[in-house]
Design a protein around this ligand. Structure first.
Ligand code: ATP
Length: 241
């Protein structure tokens, strides 16, 4: 029995580590994010999902965001209920005062340096809405060739639009022939997967607006995050801080 366990462990090591990076503003992290990460974890047999709140994202003005410390705390609380979910400080600014903008390409490169054993695999999780703007990301063509992508469906998103974002020159010869409605797009060195099993309508904007209006966000965010939002009086006039 012991030998079998060791063999199983060996098999896992031989296959390398399969991890996913899930970046965002997470202002706040919500049930849609968690559902996407869980679906990706199941489909790709992930060992770890790193949630990476950005202290300074390129596409959203930092001044309009809730403090990084709060966003990170909520991510950490959401991760505490899932053994394979890891809150990552990879895009934390130094001493909370940095002006540095974080780009996904740099973050992925850093994780690749760490997860560089044979068989290690990195997936980059992104929502369909974000993926559609990929061409505005720094070095996006290089990023597409650096790791596999898991594109999570969002309501109103069409699969055909996904392919248009990928420069034809990056497609694998066989990938170019992939059916228009295929859930998998093969690039020369990487693959873009469409994760269709989740179609959550929750957005952080909706959560913030509900709190501001004094409405409940029960079920829209993990319970511990709901508690944190209430205790810290986030997204509304601070009553106790
Ligand atoms: P906001 O409403 O403030 O723009 P958001 O809900 O889109 O925020 P982000 O933190 O910006 O949340 O999202 C991080 C990543 O998660 C993005 O790639 C986004 O597309 C994706 N995402 C967010 N909500 C969902 C959802 N309900 N289903 C699938 N992907 C999602």
């Amino acid at each position: 029995m012991k030998a079998k366990t060791a063999a199983a462990r060996g098999a896992k090591t031989a296959r390398g580590r399969h991890i996913a990076l899930f970046g965002g503003t997470f202002d706040p992290i919500h049930s849609g994010h968690v559902a996407v990460a869980r679906a990706a974890e199941r489909r790709f047999h992930l060992d770890r999902v790193f949630f990476i709140p950005s202290s300074r994202p390129p596409h959203k003005p930092a001044a309009e965001l809730c403090a990084y410390e709060h966003r990170f705390a909520m991510v950490a609380l959401a991760c505490s209920a899932h053994p394979s979910f890891v809150p990552s400080l990879a895009e934390a600014s130094v001493n909370g005062a940095g002006r540095r903008v974080f780009y996904s390409i740099d973050t992925v490169r850093r994780f690749r340096q760490k997860f560089n054993r044979p068989g290690d695999r990195i997936y980059f999780i992104v929502g369909a809405d974000s993926f559609l703007h990929l061409q505005t990301w720094k070095d996006y063509a290089e990023l597409l060739q650096l790791c596999d992508f898991v594109v999570a469906n969002r309501p109103g998103f069409r699969i055909g639009a996904l392919r248009k974002v990928i420069p034809p020159a990056l497609l694998a010869p066989a990938g170019a022939k992939t059916a228009r409605h295929s859930r998998v797009v093969r690039l020369r060195d990487t693959v873009v997967y469409l994760l269709e099993t989740v179609a959550s309508h929750v957005s952080a904007t909706d959560v913030r607006q509900r709190v501001e209006r004094g409405q409940s966000v029960h079920g829209l965010v993990p319970p511990r995050v709901e508690e944190y939002i209430n205790k810290q009086a986030l997204y509304r006039q601070a009553l106790y801080t």
